[in-house]
Design a protein around this ligand. Structure first.
Ligand code: GDP
Ligand code: GDP
Length: 445
């Protein structure tokens, strides 16, 4: 049986030279370690299985099938037609550098009658400046175009995000989701797991090498349950720490680590498998959009994060002051995350890292006694009562990892007030950057 038959199918179409094959390869090539070769699906069918965020789906490239020339509607090949018929989602690729051509209109017209779900992908948007070109494609009547640079990988992740949103859920499409299995297989209870993430060349490998340096012994490389994950356990004075998915980090020359896209996919995976994420930023380049995106994803995953501003030794006083301001402005959503300035290259400042990591991990697993939670909440309510007679009657920490607090209230409390209570808990128990969750339950007095 063909195991792919169950999965949702995405078909890439468009006129010749818009970059269909490049996009297809972008979806696959840069994540070779993640993509599966399916038995029975040969390369020349241009159909491959892709995984994004734990969801699996098939992608079909019609690049080799679409005929060139004019009068396209009469020429749309049968192969393309049948591929589109079976598609759960069609990616209609257009070329932002040339705009809407008659052939594009012809394909659009045909697609509008096909009854398929369509995403217009405006390709060759290689820089920010080109972003606005995409709006021309609204005239195709197929919804908002998604800009991408298939060649450079720019925004490829955004397109994949949207693909997942639009695809119907199929049984088994998340069967290889890494989280439960891998964690169980690799996990030693009580040993914290740390992922080191960041753009290429920010100094992740250098930092990792420092952390596992001569004075600490690397216990062993634990091959993960899948090929592309290697965890490394390191003994530190505070006990062992497992670094997640550090395959290739100690040898620096891995070619496939060099694409931002690939390392992004990899980073998200590592973050999902770890208790805490170490986000490494190249301070000489400031906080880039990609750094922000990574930080956002870490934040969304619920992991605590420690930010490392690396290559600090190169910066002069002005530059240092500047990035301090930038951090507050561009990474505001990671709020109270510890920010450490260091030089992985010289080792200066690196020694601060392990204690901060240990501390964040402890906070994450921590349980606060109910008595103390209620004391902090009572004090907060005394200092600033909720509007219109609202009140927290009782509070407790229902769960850890991340710390989750349940507030039993007499009536609904406004979000601003809940944020005030959250802040009171955070400050009252010194949770620092650890994400905490608040649940609210209504209860009669
Ligand atoms: P297809 O015929 O639609 O499959 O197009 P290809 O994938 O073969 O790409 C056609 C040409 O466009 C190739 O020379 C690609 O290198 C180029 N190309 C593809 N994507 C991009 C992109 O994002 N930016 C730029 N500048 N060129 C691209
Ligand atoms: P990765 O791709 O994030 O793993 O980055 P690498 O660890 O391979 O480092 C990329 C480059 O930055 C290398 O040339 C390192 O020597 C250099 N580098 C790493 N950390 C520092 C640092 O703290 N200061 C300076 N000046 N260079 C660094």
């Amino acid at each position: 049986m063909n195991v792919t038959s169950n999965l949702a199918t995405v078909v890439i179409i468009g006129r010749p030279n818009v970059g269909k094959s490049t996009l297809f390869n972008r979806f696959l090539g840069s994540q070779v370690a993640i993509v599966q070769d399916q038995p029975g699906v040969t390369r020349d069918r241009f159909e491959r299985q892709v995984e994004w965020q734990g969801r699996h789906f098939n992608v079909v490239d019609t690049g080799g099938w679409m005929p060139g020339g004019t009068e396209l509607d009469s020429k749309v090949s049968r192969q393309v037609e049948s591929a589109v018929k079976e598609a759960d989602l069609v990616l209609f690729v257009v070329d932002s550098t040339v705009g809407v051509l008659d052939d594009d209109q012809a394909i659009a017209k045909w697609l509008r009658t096909s009854g398929r779900e369509v995403l217009v992908v405006s390709n060759k948007v290689d820089t920010d400046k080109r972003e606005f070109d995409k709006w021309e494609f609204l005239s195709l009547g197929l919804g908002d175009p998604y800009p991408v640079s298939a060649l450079h990988g720019r925004k490829a992740g955004d397109v994949l995000d949207e693909v997942i949103v639009r695809l119907p859920r199929r049984e088994g499409d998340d069967r290889e989701e890494i989280k439960p299995d891998r964690n169980d297989a690799n996990r030693t209870p009580g040993v914290p797991r740390v992922s080191i993430v960041g753009r290429p060349n920010v100094g992740k490998s250098t930092l990792f090498n420092r952390l596992v340096g001569q004075d600490r012994s690397v216990v062993h490389d634990m091959p993960g349950t899948t090929r592309d994950s290697i965890d490394t356990s390191v003994n530190t004075p505070d006990g062992p720490i497992v670094f997640v998915d550090t395959a290739g980090m100690r040898r620096r020359s891995r070619v496939d680590e060099s694409t931002e896209y690939y390392s992004f996919v990899r980073a998200l995976r590592a973050v999902d498998e770890s208790d805490i994420a170490l986000l490494v930023i190249d301070a000489t380049e400031g906080i880039t959009g990609q750094d922000q995106r990574l930080a956002e994803r870490i934040d969304a995953s619920g992991s605590p994060v420690v930010v490392v501003l690396n290559k600090w030794e190169i910066l002069n006083a002005d530059q240092r002051a500047e990035i301090d301001i930038e951090i507050g402005r561009k990474l505001f959503f990671v709020g109270d995350a510890p920010v450490l300035k260091m030089s992985a290259l010289t080792g200066k400042g690196v020694q601060k890292l392990l204690p901060v990591l240990q501390d964040s991990i402890e906070q994450y697993h921590r349980r606060v006694p109910t008595r103390d939670v209620n004391r902090v909440i009572a004090r907060a309510q005394q200092q600033q009562p909720a509007p219109s007679g609202g009140r927290v009657l009782y509070a407790l920490q229902g769960a850890s990892d991340p710390p989750t607090f349940t507030l039993f209230v007499n009536k609904e409390l406004p979000p601003t007030y809940l944020r005030y209570l959250e802040r009171s808990i955070r400050e009252g128990f010194e949770f620092g950057s650890v994400p905490i969750k608040i649940r609210v339950r209504k209860r009669a007095e």
